[in-house]
Design a protein around this ligand. Structure first.
Ligand code: NAD
Length: 238
């Protein structure tokens, strides 16, 4: 069974990382236009660096939750070919053990050369640090996150996974950010579609099935169901 999962900020909320759009969210009280656009970066790079430096440092204080761990468990099943596409820039999926993972909106623990586009693993602050690119040598490193208005990473791979799935599942995303919000429409051509979210997303009507509740409860329960289904389809002694 080929399963493609799209995750959003909601899967990490119970680990202690605020979402963007929930009432208590707004990602530490910042306006998206001030910290997450190419113009914000051009006007005030120190402000943008400070914002993402704080988010990066916060990663050291949080842990993957039961939903991240359940998806890592699902990937281990011999009857399941799983791709996880995440809009999140945190590293909780990989720390939980997910391997086939596509960070379409970038990663906090990486820096991007704004000239030659080289990605460099990055753990400390960018503000007030030497920001020389290891490849082209210029002082041009920035946070490796996809700003609003920029093209997400590895979209061809992401869309291919969505098109080839038997089941597409969206977890903890508001469905407000395109192109990821359009994956359900692409998937509907040949796959069953399921939404797991705290409340109906903007595209909720497009899904074949929706379940509402906390990710740490919904996701492990759904993974148990799918593993039971996939185990029943395996040949004897597999
Ligand atoms: P969003 O903030 O727009 O929406 C979050 C969704 O998660 C909402 O629909 C909400 O109902 C749901 N949710 C909240 N708590 C939940 C829980 N406990 N269980 C299940 N669902 C829950 O986030 P988005 O749709 O991912 O899009 C916003 C953009 O913000 C993304 O592009 C992402 O890059 C960025 N972002 C990332 C992080 C992160 O890396 N953890 C955090 C905030 C924002």
């Amino acid at each position: 069974m080929r399963i493609t999962i799209l995750t959003g900020a909601g899967i990490s909320a119970e680990s202690g990382i605020p979402t963007f759009r929930d009432a208590d969210g707004l990602w530490a009280g910042h306006r998206i236009d001030d910290v997450c656009t190419p113009i914000a970066w051009w006007k005030n790079p120190d402000k943008v660096n400070r914002f993402y430096d704080e988010r990066r440092a916060h990663l050291d204080t949080v842990e993957p939750n039961a939903a991240h761990r359940a998806l890592a468990r699902l990937e281990q099943h011999p009857g399941i070919d799983l791709t996880v596409i995440t809009q999140n820039v945190d590293d909780l999926h990989e720390r939980a053990g997910t391997r086939n993972l596509n960070h379409i909106h970038g990663e906090l623990r990486s820096a991007l050369c704004s000239k030659c586009r080289t990605h460099t693993p990055w753990d400390g602050p960018l503000l007030n640090s030497p920001k020389n690119c290891g490849r082209c040598g210029r002082d041009t490193l920035r946070p490796d996150v996809v700003f609003f208005g920029e093209r997400p990473y590895r979209m061809t791979e992401a869309e291919t996974a969505v098109i080839n799935s038997d089941l597409f599942v969206s977890i903890g995303t508001s469905g407000a950010v395109y192109p990821a919000a359009g994956f359900v429409t692409i998937a509907s051509g040949g796959a069953m579609t399921l939404e797991l979210n705290l409340q109906p997303s903007e595209g909720s009507d497009s899904f074949d099935e929706s379940r509402f509740g906390k990710a740490t409860e919904l996701v492990p329960a759904w993974v148990d169901e799918i593993i039971a289904e996939a185990s029943a389809m395996l040949p004897p002694h597999a």
